[in-house]
Design a protein around this ligand. Structure first.
Ligand SMILES: Nc1ncnc2c1ncn2[C@@H]1O[C@H](COP(=O)(O)OP(=O)(O)OP(=O)(O)O)[C@@H](O)[C@H]1O
Ligand SMILES: [Mg+2]
Length: 391
């Protein structure tokens, strides 16, 4: 494509002359006779170069040059100036002209200067494109980097969670082996103790103090037995019977069993059943155990009043249940241990409640998380995937 040059001069003889010379050298030539016309043509035609006369009436060459540089920086300007003024030449170059030519000029000289400026223009524009491309690539790399960092952080977190879950599963498995045998071994002598204590009861019936000891003995035997049952619950995968279970119905039923305790400790229940989840194929006893344990823990924390919150939500993939309380919260250093069997901060606790909850949640391919702020309360969040309908 030939270069397009706009010649601007108020003298038409100069315009004609320049047009003739430049056209014969293969340039496409446009003309304008005033500064204003020059700006209009440049705006419309976007020539590569303007040959601009310094001395023009109304809008002089310098003013036109400044406008051009400001509005159309891609159009380069060669100024035509009167002979003998070095001062003007300096001024013109400072204002952004690419070159200046003294009038009267030799045709060959004019053409060479123009070709020279056009070459410089091509190089400078190419450089600018390269710089812009570089900037664009750099910012793209930056975006990729950020995305990469985000993904690495996300994967690291997922790995950490998976690792914690594996550790937990290993602990439960190890506990399963030990506890099944241990519970069996302890239960036989325990039954014997209970039995003998019961035999002694009528013998000591006349002595209220001593028969009181027998009652205490039997209570403690029952307590040990309950602990052994919980231990087995926590570790063994018990026989389960799958049936369609209504989650909300189960939650309400368990809440009712806590009715007296809720009233006595002035705990308000706030239920948010945003959606009714579909029936879940599960063992109803296991689902009950989840809520019995979570509510028992929350109520233990709110013996002097508070709010027990239950939220149920679901979409087509999962059911989300949150159990929250306004109790004392869990200190940060305990958070990683609360699901461990035997971990308890209560004098009469066994530390099995949450490990049972965790085992059951895992059984149904669910997840359980806890958020807690010491002094403010605790939120247990569970998610159960919804089984896809196979028929
Ligand atoms: N809602 C809660 N608020 C504050 N701490 C809690 C809460 N739930 C659990 N914890 C902490 O986690 C520990 C373990 O709970 P987990 O239910 O496993 O055992 P436990 O309640 O101590 O004993 P058990 O349930 O066998 O009677 C508790 O001792 C308590 O420190
Ligand atoms: Mg508990």
């Amino acid at each position: 494509m030939s270069n397009r040059i706009l010649v601007v001069d108020d003298e038409s003889i100069i315009l004609q002359l320049a047009t003739m010379v430049l056209t014969s050298r293969g340039f496409e030539v446009l003309t304008a006779q005033s500064g204003q016309e020059c700006l209009d043509v440049v705006k419309r035609e976007k020539p590569d170069l303007v040959l601009l006369d310094y001395m023009m009436p109304v809008m002089d060459g310098m003013t036109t040059l400044r406008h051009l540089r400001h509005l159309h920086p891609d159009t380069y300007v060669i100024m035509l100036t009167g002979k003998g003024s070095e001062q003007i030449a300096v001024e013109v170059m400072k204002a952004g002209a690419a070159d200046y030519i003294l009038k009267p000029f030799k045709n060959q000289d004019l053409v060479e200067r123009i070709e020279n400026v056009l070459r410089i223009r091509r190089i400078e524009m190419h450089n600018r494109e390269l710089r812009e491309e570089r900037e664009r690539l750099l910012s793209e790399i930056e975006v990729w980097n950020m995305e990469l960092e985000r993904r690495v952080a996300e994967k690291t977190r997922e790995l950490e969670l998976a690792h914690a879950e594996i550790l937990q599963a290993e602990k439960l498995a190890a506990l399963g082996h030990v506890s099944a045998g241990m519970a069996h071994e302890i239960r036989n002598p325990l039954n014997a103790i209970g039995l003998f204590a019961q035999i002694l009861r009528p013998v000591l019936a006349h002595d209220t103090e001593k028969s009181g000891y027998i009652d205490k003995l039997l209570q403690e035997v029952d307590r040990i037995d309950a602990i052994l049952s919980k231990l087995l619950d926590a570790s063994k995968a018990p026989k389960v019977t799958l049936e369609p279970v209504c989650l909300i119905g189960t939650i309400d039923r368990i809440l009712e069993t806590f009715g007296e305790q809720l009233k006595a400790s002035k705990v308000k229940v706030e239920k948010h059943y945003d959606q009714v989840p579909p029936l879940m194929m599960a063992d109803s006893g296991e689902i009950e155990q989840i809520f019995t344990n979570l509510f028992a823990n929350s109520l233990y924390e709110m013996q002097h009043g508070g709010v027990l919150g239950v939220t149920v939500q679901c979409d087509d993939q999962k059911v989300t249940i949150e159990v929250s309380d306004t109790g004392g919260g869990i200190p940060r250093e305990n958070l990683s241990q609360i699901f461990d069997p035997f971990f308890t901060t209560k004098t009469k606790g066994t530390g099995f409640g949450l490990s049972v909850v965790l085992r059951i949640v895992k059984n149904y391919h669910g997840h359980i998380n806890v958020r807690s702020t010491a002094g403010e309360g605790t939120v247990f969040n569970m998610e159960f995937p919804l089984a896809r309908q196979s028929n």
